[in-house]
Write a protein that binds this ligand. Structure first.
Ligand SMILES: NC(=O)c1ccc[n+]([C@@H]2O[C@H](COP(=O)([O-])OP(=O)(O)OC[C@H]3O[C@@H](n4cnc5c(N)ncnc54)[C@H](O)[C@@H]3O)[C@@H](O)[C@H]2O)c1
Length: 379
């Protein structure tokens, strides 16, 4: 019997309970593609066949390992390659993915789609999975550092629309996420460094200890050896903090999110400077936000220097690309729509803690911060 409420005028209202447990797992399994390791196939009721989506940027050797894993286990796998990078987050790619789902005749709950890729491919395939037959299960395996520490482990999917990033999308948890550092070995320097920005974001916005670990080990990141004990510790600490932040607010009902730090002005940088990786745009935003905070008297100048130094030592960019002020200001406007009509810009109050600019950032204040950024007096 449904709980119903009688209205004053004698007409009935019904309350239909609709709670859904959307728990999901993030598991470190290394090496995932070891033939003896069945974790990937055990996630799913049937395992005779699988649709496997592969980011086109994954080197051939790794693709061969993926294919040989499935053939060793006598799984009939159908492979779909999706062109990696931001350009895949559009309707055309979405349509191609949905057509592949339909051609494969996915069994609705039993054959999770498996996707290997960077954040962009994970976002668009996750979006497709969330709308195909009103939702089919999917498994994420991140193959870039940024996806490893951020894009793969949450529940957001997305695609760009018009000039706006992630305007379309869904909250749709994967069945499971498999983390394996072996997939990150082929990343080139720029892709690797882009991922470091999201680790730095977590450190500045949420955890002083992580920031200090980064400071102590910054030089080691040049090796890109994430199996190194110290770098591994940093990596998994960043993931742990991110997941605890996400778990408290998984559907983003609370729009005051520390993890939004670095994601206000960044959309302008990455949508305007077309080839700028996400992490580079986040790094520029973090430094700009830190200057705003310093000007407002929150962040100590010495702490701002520490942020700027680590940014530079990690190899992240420190010069804003040549874009117009109005593009940057429009990103504030756009984010305000996204944040319930308020600016709500996270800025570091001190290392490991954010405060929010609620609504009073003015074009003049932003201009002054950009001037300081341009002077690079802190270098
Ligand atoms: N859903 C979320 O919560 C979330 C969070 C953060 C970022 N994102 C999204 O993630 C995207 C950025 O992700 P990204 O930084 O992974 O970039 P990306 O997905 O654009 O990938 C960068 C490049 O790396 C290539 N690549 C992938 N794996 C590789 C490998 N193992 N070796 C060599 N090259 C490889 C890709 O083909 C691409 O050319 C953005 O679209 C951003 O909006 C989503």
């Amino acid at each position: 019997m449904l709980a119903n409420i009688e209205c004053k005028n004698g007409l009935l209202n019904w309350l239909i309970p609709a709670k859904l447990d959307r728990s999901y797992q993030v598991q470190c399994v290394e090496p995932l593609l070891e033939p003896a390791n069945k974790a990937l196939l055990d996630a799913g009721e049937l395992c005779e066949q699988r649709l496997v989506v592969i980011d086109s940027g994954i080197p051939a050797l790794l693709c061969d390992q993926i294919k040989s894993y499935f053939s060793t286990h006598r799984v009939t796998a159908t492979y779909l390659t999706v062109s990696g990078g931001e350009a895949c987050k559009n309707f055309q790619a979405l349509q191609g993915i949905l057509e592949a789902f339909a051609a494969f005749r996915l069994k609705r709950k039993m054959e999770p789609v498996i996707v290997f890729g960077g954040g962009a491919v994970l976002d668009i395939v996750g979006f497709a999975a969330s709308i195909y037959r009103r939702g089919v299960p999917f498994i994420r395996i991140p193959t870039t550092l940024l996806a490893f520490v951020d894009a793969a482990i949450g529940i957001k999917t997305g695609m760009n629309f018009g000039r706006q990033k992630n305007l379309l999308g869904s909250y749709y948890p994967p069945l499971t996420v498999f983390l394996d550092r072996n997939f990150l070995i082929p990343l080139n320097r720029r892709q690797f460094i882009s991922g470091l920005a999201e680790i730095l974001k977590v450190a500045i916005s949420c955890d002083t200890e992580l920031f200090e670990m980064l400071e102590r080990n910054v030089i080691k990141f040049k090796t890109q050896d994430l199996f190194d004990a110290h770098l591994g510790e940093i990596l998994f600490k960043a993931i742990d903090i991110t997941l605890s932040q996400l778990a408290q607010n998984i559907y983003e009902n609370d729009l005051y999110r520390f993890l939004d730090f670095g994601h206000t002005f960044s959309t302008a940088f990455e949508m305007t400077a077309a080839s700028m990786p996400h992490g580079e745009a986040v790094a520029l935003d973090m430094n700009l936000s830190a200057i705003l905070s310093m000007h407002r008297g929150f962040l100590q100048r010495e702490d701002f220097y520490r942020i700027a130094r680590v940014t530079e030592q990690l190899g992240l960019p420190t010069a804003i690309p040549d874009i117009s002020f109005s593009d940057i200001w429009n990103s504030v406007d756009d984010r305000s729509y996204h944040r319930g009509g308020h600016q709500r810009i996270p800025i570091p109050a001190r290392l490991g803690q954010c405060v929010f600019i609620e609504d009073d950032l003015t074009p003049q204040e932003l201009t002054d911060a950009l001037k300081e950024f341009g002077r690079k007096s802190w270098r």
